[in-house]
Every structure is written in structure tokens, then in C-alpha cells.
Design a protein around this ligand. Structure first.
Ligand SMILES: [Zn+2]
Length: 509
């Protein structure tokens, strides 16, 4: 044993002597960060602390042993200096793996062999980490199609109640809690998932005797058997700590806020749910004219005109809401970039404006129809989605870029959006009702379809086919200033009602 350590130490010392410092890049979808690295005997080593920090993971040094733990919401990894073995823990399970090269110490920092770390970090990340030997850099791709996972439950007893915090691998969209008459607290987290091992390894607590989890298609429901009766509860998603907090009030102190800190966080969370940014997406533009209608009307121009009217309407009637446009002139914007603009602006609602058209003109088909995201179910919806998605053919390299949108991935992609489906549908229904109330356009109803532009935006999102430019009745409305203003006004009416509905749903009880 002693001999072996001595041998490794000698090899390492030589390694260090030959070491050349170098910066190692880590690229993710938005940025590149640089980490301290060294090359030694044709191998590249990266600072484990730098790599963890670039991935947003916490680290902890185990005092005199020199060992280092790296934590994510999903698990942890333990690195030992001058040793090939790493320990990966997830839930109650720990497993040991052997790296082909040991972790080395330079200065007082641990360095790991870059080429072999990716697969192990990937096991505790919501994404894939790879190292490219030819470029000498790391790539990290977030896998955000996986729902947030429950990674632990903590309880804290207070004088006037208790707080249960459920930690998650990522921030879920919404959470709800209810106290059953049977002494059970039901908590629903959406979207969410769990594994049995994590939940089974939870220690018993002073607040509840056991917890049971049920996986639903879009959510996870936890049932806590409480040890005493509580008179009320509050629940909120704490986005700063990737957790769901449930505050329980004991009978004696009914409705008292548990602590100032908790109250401040509740208020901050309420602000997060405010409908404060709306993204308007005028369809097509630039080299992509969209559908060509009767009398030379182009879809891209009608869409932009209505979008501009909609923006000024919102500014006037809902001055607290910021409006972001994916384009405000006649320019080409790729479909996926539209979603990125919406996400960057932290939009709470995404409205894509289009005009419908039939291949043969004129055609009797007419009316306004509003879509939300789901793979197309009926033939009409599939036809319209195919036409709108065809905008990608104006983009370079589109086969490669949109490959992930092929059938298999539909299920995953729509699951990621399932939390927003309810809100998207409610908003779509309001648009149909309110626009047809003030324009002569017929109500063609709400439909689900697979629009690429709606996939990119991580928020409730709809696509409005405002009317048919292949129909004389509709095109007269769509190309007239008055018609465009009325459609915009109808959509704003829908936003006003949606805002009240949406914010009420997330208001604290
Ligand atoms: Zn269109």
C-alpha cells in the first residue's frame, strides 16, 4: 500500500515537472468560460474546482484529506488526490468508478484528466458534458426536456408551524398544496419527477411520518402523512434555491407568516409570476413573404401591421407590461431565433401573428383560428402547421438544425411544455371569443398543432391565424387599417382577461 502511494507520488511529481499550463474552454449554448488546465505527457488535466464552477456546481473540500466533493441537485462526486477512484452518489446509492489516470495535485488544486471526466459529470448533471480532444475544450448541452427531479426533502419546525422544503434539480413551473381532512398534506409539482431510491432513503421527521409519491404524466404528487393538525398552508416555488417550499401553520397561530424571510421570499416569488413581459411575433418577413393572398396581399405585411397595432394597444391599456417584438420591420428572423428572443426577454406570454391561406384562390374557407402547441391532430391543423413550419426552408442548414424536431422528439418537447398547455389553451380561447366579438371574422375555434416557432418559447404561447387572405371577405378586413386595429383590440381584450386569470392562479392563498 505504502509502496503503491510512493510510486504514484513519484509519477505525479514527474508529471508536474513536465506540466505546461493552458486555458481550457467550456462552451454551453450561451457562453464560453475558461478554466485552468495543464498538459502533461500528452494528457490534458483540468482544474476540478474550475470545471465545477463553470457548470454551476458547488464544491466542498474535506479538510486535511485533500478530497473534494462536487454537488449538483442530482447527486455528488468525490475526488481523491493522487487516486484513480471517484465515488458518485445519487439518492441513497454510491458507486465507485476508476479513471484511467489519477486525479493530480498541482499547487493546492486538484486536476482531473479532461478526456475522461465528461461521462462521469454527465451522471449528476441535467445535460451532457463532453471533451473534444481535437479542440481541447469541453462542451455542455443542457437537456431541458427532462422534468425537474426531486432531490431531497427537508423540514424545519417553527414556533407557529413548520416549513417543508422539497429540493429539485431545476426550478419547476408551478406547485400547489392542499391539506386533506385525513391529516395528509398533498403537494403537486409541475412538471416534476422523482426516483424511488431518493424518496425511500428520506429520514423520518418530526413533522410527517411518511411520504408517498405518485408520478402523473405532467406532474408529481407527494402525500405527507402529518404528525399533527395544521390549520393552513402556503406553497411557493423558490427559484433562487431550486426548491418548493410549503409553510404549515399550527392551529394556535393560524394565518401567521412564519418568518420575515419567508414572507420576503413569497413576495419575490409573486413578482416572478406577474404577467410583465409579452412577446409579439409577427410571422415571416424579409425573404419569406408567407402566404400570398388575393389582390397581392402578403402575409408578412399583414402580420407586422397587426402586431404593431397590438403593441401600441397593450402599451396604452396595460402600461405596466413590457412588449417585445421578434421583428418590427420587414426582415427575416429564423423560427428558432424567435423563441430565443422570447426566452431572453423573460416573456410570460408569446403571441405569433399569421394569416391563413388555401392553395386555391379565391376559396370559401374563412375565419380566425388560434393554435397552441401539440403535434397536429386533424388534417387541417397538420396542413397549417406544415405551411407555417415551411418557413425554415429559407434558413441555411435547416435539415441539420431542426433534426431534433422530428417525430420522436415531439413527445419530449411537448412534455416540457405541458405545464404551459393549460394557460396557452385558455388564452387561445379568449382570443377567439374577443376577436370575433368586435370583427366580422368567423370563429374557427381553438386547435392544437405542432408549430416549430411555439416550441422555442418557454412560456404559454399561441399562434393566431387571424383570417384567410385567400378569401375575399377576410382579406378585405385583413388589409384594411380598421380591420387590423380591431383584430389587435380583440387580442388586447383577451390579454386583459388572461392577465387577471393567470395572476389569480398563482396568487398565494
Ligand atoms: Zn404564417
Amino acid at each position: 500500500m505504502l509502496r503503491k502511494s510512493f510510486f504514484i507520488a513519484t509519477v505525479l511529481l514527474c508529471g508536474v515537472v513536465n506540466a505546461q499550463p493552458r486555458a481550457i474552454p467550456l462552451k454551453d449554448s450561451t457562453s464560453t468560460s475558461y478554466m485552468e488546465g495543464i498538459s502533461s505527457f500528452n494528457h490534458v488535466y483540468v482544474s476540478l474546482a474550475d470545471l465545477a464552477s463553470a457548470l454551476g456546481l458547488r464544491t466542498f473540500m474535506l479538510g486535511p484529506t485533500g478530497k473534494m466533493s462536487v454537488y449538483s441537485g442530482d447527486g455528488s462526486m468525490l475526488f481523491t488526490p493522487n487516486n484513480c477512484f471517484i465515488t458518485i452518489s445519487r439518492g441513497a446509492r454510491s458507486e465507485h468508478y476508476q479513471l484511467p489516470l489519477p486525479v493530480i495535485v498541482v499547487g493546492n488544486k486538484l486536476f482531473g484528466p479532461a478526456n475522461y471526466l465528461g461521462q462521469y459529470f454527465t451522471t449528476i448533471l441535467h445535460g451532457v458534458l463532453t471533451y473534444d480532444v481535437s479542440t481541447g475544450g469541453f462542451d455542455f448541452t443542457v437537456n431541458d426536456t427532462l422534468p425537474p427531479m426531486i432531490t431531497g426533502v427537508n423540514v424545519e419546525q417553527k414556533d407557529n408551524g413548520a416549513v417543508i422544503s422539497i429540493s429539485m434539480s431545476r426550478v419547476p413551473t408551478a406547485a400547489a398544496a392542499a391539506l386533506g381532512k385525513d391529516g395528509i398534506l398533498y403537494v403537486t409539482i409541475m412538471p416534476g419527477t422523482f426516483d424511488f431510491e431518493t424518496l425511500n432513503s428520506l429520514p423520518p421527521t418530526a413533522v410527517y411520518s411518511n411520504v408517498l409519491a405518485i408520478q402523473n404524466p405532467n406532474s408529481v404528487q407527494l402525500s405527507f402523512r402529518l404528525k399533527q393538525a395544521y390549520s393552513g398552508r402556503q406553497v411557493f416555488v423558490d427559484s433562487t434555491k431550486n426548491s418548493v417550499m410549503v409553510a404549515l401553520y399550527s392551529k394556535a397561530n393560524s394565518r401567521t407568516i412564519l418568518s420575515d424571510e419567508l414572507k420576503a421570499r413569497l413576495d419575490a416569488e409573486k413578482k416572478n409570476w406577474k404577467l410583465n413581459v409579452i412577446v409579439i411575433d409577427p410571422g415571416h418577413g424579409g425573404k419569406d413573404p408567407g402566404a400570398l393572398g388575393l389582390g397581392g396581399v402578403k402575409e408578412k405585411n399583414v402580420a407586422l401591421a397587426i402586431a404593431k397595432d397590438l403593441k401600441s394597444d397593450i402599451n396604452q391599456r396595460l402600461p405596466g407590461i413590457k412588449v417585445v417584438m421578434t421583428r418590427d420591420k420587414d426582415e427575416f428572423v429564423p423560427l428558432d431565433v424567435r423563441g430565443q428572443i422570447a426566452d431572453k426577454a423573460h416573456g410570460k406570454l408569446f403571441i405569433s401573428i399569421h394569416c391563413n391561406s388555401m392553395p386555391r384562390k379565391p376559396d370559401p374557407a374563412n375565419g380566425i383560428e388560434t393554435f397552441f402547441l401539440r403535434p397536429g391532430k386533424n388534417e387541417g391543423a397538420i396542413r397549417i402547421a406544415a405551411r407555417e413550419n415551411a418557413a425554415i426552408k429559407y434558413e441555411n442548414n435547416y435539415e441539420k438544425k431542426y433534426k431534433s424536431y422530428e417525430t420522436d422528439n415531439w413527445i419530449l418537447t411537448t412534455m416540457a411544455h405541458s405545464a404551459y398547455v393549460k394557460y396557452s389553451q385558455q388564452f387561445a380561447e379568449l382570443i377567439e371569443k374577443d376577436v370575433t366579438a368586435i370583427t366580422p371574422l368567423a370563429d374557427d375555434g381553438v386547435e392544437q398543432a405542432g408549430f416549430i416557432v411555439l416550441i422555442g418559447a418557454s412560456m404559454p404561447a399561441v399562434l393566431v391565424e387571424t383570417g384567410y387572405i385567400s378569401n375575399w371577405h377576410d382579406v378585405r378586413i385583413l388589409r384594411s387599417k380598421r380591420g387590423q386595429e380591431e383584430i389587435a383590440k380583440g387580442i388586447t381584450d383577451a390579454i386583459v382577461q388572461y392577465k387577471a386569470l393567470y395572476e389569480k392562479n398563482f396568487a398565494q392563498e
